[in-house]
Design a binder for this molecule. Structure first.
Ligand code: XMP
Length: 510
């Protein structure tokens, strides 16, 4: 990849954010662990050192090999990166008297320094550190200070080496994106050619070259990632892509048929397989959430495997894996740890399938997947769909799963989700759904006493599902939704709204 930027990760919680900011500048970048400098380092145009939970003074602090980087190509150290460059190249780092977390202002800013082009005096920056750079490295030139931090930014004379104590990648640093642009575009001369259109062109060409005339199978889920992966492959190899869309009977109401129609409309070579009964049989009598997940996963593999075998001479399995699942992040407790996860829904396919794996989205983030989908003309409604778990309603029915419970939950879920759309709330919510609880409670309808099911509604805000908070939905909306559910869905007489954040709760109830 040309115009490639390397981000060396020292385990900061913000490393992925640096990558996303760089990509927003239409510049391609990759994250690698600090101790695995890529062998083709020559092909990278610039390097960024991330922050870290470590102190450079700690015995086990991460030490990168910068021998082919510092002084050879444009280098920007951020936070830990800045401290590392000071500590090991002739300066010194000491514990701060005042720990700086959060907002600070750049009071002194050198003029005519490309890195800080466009920065206004007293502009806000975001700090998160407890050590401070007491002495600059050899040939260091101070570029900016805050009230408490003398060396908030510096460069090394005679090199294209820059360092900043604050975090340019966070939203709260007013000119953070400007700084990254100054460094990458004006100093390192990286071209801004990484666009969704360019990604589509290069990926389609790569896929063609990689798979040739081979046949590829792909499991579609109705979600954004598998759909975008399928459309990319379809562009590359057309009818040699065999898509399989399994109905596990645990999808949303009418989803199977609607999504299948949509896929066919998009010209995909897709086979719908209605295996609802098989899944229901496998789930019979199982209440334990982990056992339910295992049963659903097992049957999925069996069904998918059967179908894939019906396609003669298939060589490849395509998956919708995205970049956050691939990045090897540095663990806070010591050396880099591989946290590569298999794709949730198609993960763990049996070895005997012996297929080679192709993952067209493995280097892009979720928001980029959506932009790429939009570029290829995929329907905005499909691209904006909330995430939905692979095991579907199976993990939203607490206790054992029966056809009747699925019917009830599908009805409830449809009323809730359609209501969100009608009220213009759907796009403001990251994920929404309903849970069917394994309890009955007493109610009264007309003159009769009822003893029926309780459902819980859940709507959360989040960016990646790792943390989440409940959404403050309007009372009027909740009132209308609750009325509709209780009046229209036979078997439910009580609706509650989940007001727990993650952590400590999770999004799904299971
Ligand atoms: P939790 O419940 O762990 O969920 O807070 C976090 C996010 O992950 C989704 N989820 C899954 N997605 N296959 C998936 O594709 C799964 O097995 C699965 N389990 C949970 C969940 O819906 C939420 O968005």
């Amino acid at each position: 990849m040309q115009n490639n930027v390397l981000i060396l990760d020292f385990g900061s919680q913000y490393t992925q954010l640096i990558a996303r900011r760089v990509r927003e500048l239409n510049i391609y970048c990759e994250i690698h662990p600090f101790n695995k400098v890529p062998k083709n380092i020559e092909s990278f145009k610039a390097v960024i050192l991330s922050g870290s939970p470590f102190s450079v003074r700690a015995e086990n602090a991460p030490h990168p090999d910068l021998s082919k980087i510092k002084g050879h190509k444009p280098l920007l150290g951020v936070c830990y990166g800045a401290q590392y460059l000071a500590h090991f190249y002739g300066g010194s780092v000491e514990p701060s008297n005042i720990r700086e977390y959060g907002r600070a202002n750049l009071s002194e800013i050198s003029e005519n320094e490309t890195l800080l082009n466009g920065f206004e005096k007293d502009c806000q920056v975001w700090m998160s550190h407890s050590d401070t750079i007491a002495k600059l490295p050899t040939n260091g030139i101070r570029l900016a200070s805050t009230k408490d931090v003398a060396n908030a930014a510096y460069r090394i004379d005679g090199e294209e080496t820059y360092a900043i104590q604050f975090h340019p990648e966070v939203y709260h640093t007013t000119y953070g994106k400007q700084l990254l642009e100054n460094f990458l575009v004006n100093i390192a001369k990286v071209e801004q050619t990484w666009t969704p259109a360019a990604f589509v062109d290069t990926t389609v060409a790569d896929l063609k070259a990689k798979t040739g005339n081979d046949k590829v199978v792909l499991g579609l889920s109705g979600g954004v990632d598998s759909t975008v992966a399928a459309v990319l492959l379809h562009k590359a190899i057309g009818k040699n892509l065999y898509c399989i869309f399994v109905n596990n009977g645990l999808l949303r109401k009418d989803e199977y048929q609607n999504v299948l129609d949509q896929y066919e409309h998009m010209g995909l070579n897709v086979k719908g397989v209605d295996a609802s009964e098989r899944f229901l049989d496998a789930l019979k009598g199982i209440s334990d959430p982990e056992l339910k997940r295992k049963a659903i996963g097992r049957v999925f593999i069996e069904v998918f495997d059967d179908e894939a075998h019906l396609v003669q001479d298939v060589h490849w399995l395509a998956q919708g894996t995205i970049y956050p699942d691939v990045i090897e992040s540095v663990s806070v407790t010591g050396g880099p740890s591989a946290t590569i996860k298999s794709h949730h829904n198609v993960g763990g396919l049996p070895d005997f399938m012996k297929l080679k794996v192709v993952e067209p989205l493995r280097m892009i983030f979720k928001d980029e997947v959506r932009r790429v989908g939009k570029e290829m003309g995929i329907d905005a409604e499909l691209l904006g769909r909330h995430p939905f778990p692979g095991p579907g309603l199976g993990i939203r029915i607490l206790g054992d799963v029966t056809a009747e419970k699925i019917r009830i939950l599908q009805e409830v879920d449809a009323i809730f989700v359609n209501g969100l759309k009608k009220w213009g709330l759907y796009d403001k919510v990251w994920q929404a759904g309903a849970m069917l609880l394994p309890v009955n409670s007493v109610g009264v309808m007309g003159d009769e006493r009822t003893y029926e099911k309780v459902v819980a509604l859940r709507a959360v805000e989040s960016t990646d599902g790792m943390t989440a908070d409940w959404v403050d939905l309007p009372y009027k909306f909740l009132q209308e939704t609750s009325n509709h559910i209780i009046n229209r869905v036979k078997g439910v007489n009580r609706v509650v709204y989940d007001i727990s954040s993650k952590p400590p709760a999770t999004i799904e109830w299971e």
